[in-house]
Write a protein that binds this ligand. Sequence first.
Ligand SMILES: CC(C)(COP(=O)(O)OP(=O)(O)OC[C@H]1O[C@@H](n2cnc3c(N)ncnc32)[C@H](O)[C@@H]1OP(=O)(O)O)[C@@H](O)C(=O)NCCC(=O)NCCS
Length: 334
Amino acid sequence: MRVVPPSHTHAQVSGMGIALPEQVVKNSDLEKRLDTSDEWIVTRTGIRERRIADKDVATSDLCIAAAEEALRDAEISASDLDLVVICTVTPDNPVPATACMVQNRLGAKKAGAFDLSAGCTGFMYGLAVGSQFIETGFYQRVLVIGADMLSRITNWEDRSTAVLFGDGAGAFVLTPSSKEGYGLLKFRLKADGSGAPFLMVEAGGTRIPASEKTVKNSQHYLKMEGRPVFKFAVNAILDGVLEVLKQENLTIEDIDCFIFHQANVRILENAAKQLKIPMEKVFTNVERYGNTSSASVPLALYEARQEKKFKRGSYVLMVGYGAGLTWGSALMRW
Ligand SMILES: CC(C)(COP(=O)(O)OP(=O)(O)OC[C@H]1O[C@@H](n2cnc3c(N)ncnc32)[C@H](O)[C@@H]1OP(=O)(O)O)[C@@H](O)C(=O)NCCC(=O)NCCS
């Protein structure tokens, strides 16, 4: 039955879960196989180690572990879910959607399921999409998972990208907010496709289907132009923060915790400096996980909650940015 909520109903995060592969790859491990150094990686990125999944693990395996924890946290059963959204650029297979594998293995029998692709901004898009279903009253329980295994599309001989990425998953259960003015209050989703070539996997789609030649030419790996992406990322955070604050008539001081996509600590420091946000309010865990793409924002929010970086009533502002180019932000009152 369709339940039409009062117009003020927002979605709230009722449960969170994460999954990280056990294998820790430290910068010193990369020094052994690449022309790089711990010092270069730490100074330029802040990353000290990352988690890399074993060969027999696929994205849906990480999704399942994260989802099971999120469902326990929300105290709901998978059979109650209305929708499963998986934000990823590294699905188990090109067809069908990884969300369908997860829906089946969880036993989410009545849920619809689809994947969503927005690069490292995936989770912000997924959160916005999932929330719309709840705000309209169409659905009551939505599972949104950000999961990526960029290690599978990383060229481990390319030092300019291999040091940056890691694998992981983060899952949120969304339900209608129990209190007016609380929950996920505002979203801003943006894209600028003119920057698509800066962050791209060239082959394997309809433009350049997979062939012996594409494999030989390493066209199935993620290629990136670091410098323009760095500049874009800083501007994306500025835009994501300032626009949402303006729309909601809030100031930097009103926000207790900033959760930005964890790509590079210098990006976060640069943006924080320009916005005059003290770094104590900017959560970071990129040093331990590297850039986990769509998993990064939910992983960071999960750990920020654990570390009590926000409390009931706090405003939390999340911003993601990545391939597309895309960026997006969400304002939440916890
Ligand atoms: C990738 C990034 C860390 C590179 O840092 P940078 O300061 O811009 O460095 P540059 O690319 O200008 O390279 C500087 C030098 O370091 C070298 N270098 C690149 N990777 C290296 C590595 N892992 N180890 C050692 N040297 C490296 C380059 O070859 C270059 O050498 P050169 O001066 O002899 O040509 C940075 O550009 C970045 O973080 N960009 C954004 C990436 C990102 O976040 N992407 C995902 C967004 S979702």
